[in-house]
Design a protein around this ligand. Structure first.
Ligand code: NI
Length: 135
């Protein structure tokens, strides 16, 4: 019988969404305030969902203190208080949208987990806007 365990985390980061091959006007039109050339911050909320069988020895699906450590090392230590465009190599030539950040988080957490787990990551960029990967 499978069950899901969740852990939430938080980080703050700055970003700018833009395409260098578009005019300032088009960037403003498509990306709105997120295209601000001077950057701006978001308070990102992350929810990590791990699905698997309950370990008969412990009664846990996953040790949440381990999951907490993986999230700290792979998400918070890597992204918190960073300028995503300037300091995160994956976003050197890729817009740090919620979609791309969510997939980046999934890609960093997946190798830390045993293969038997299914991993889903949700990322809130604002209280009302969030994405989930995989869909
Ligand atoms: Ni933004």
């Amino acid at each position: 019988m499978k069950i899901a365990a969740f852990r939430r985390a938080h980080f703050n980061a700055a970003h700018r969404l833009f395409r260098a091959d578009w005019s300032d006007e088009k960037n403003r039109e498509i990306f709105g305030p997120c295209s601000n050339p001077f950057y701006h911050g978001h308070n990102y909320e992350v929810e990590v969902k791990v699905v698997g069988e309950i370990d008969p020895e412990t009664g846990f699906v996953i040790d949440l203190s381990l999951l907490k450590r993986y999230i700290k090392e792979e998400v918070e230590d890597y992204l918190d208080h960073k300028n995503l465009n300037e300091q995160i190599p994956e976003f050197k030539d890729l817009n740090p949208t919620a979609e791309h950040i969510c997939i980046l988080i999934w890609n960093r957490l997946k190798p830390r987990l045993d293969e038997r787990y299914e991993l889903t990551v949700r990322l809130w960029e604002t209280e009302r806007n969030y994405v989930e990967y995989p869909a």
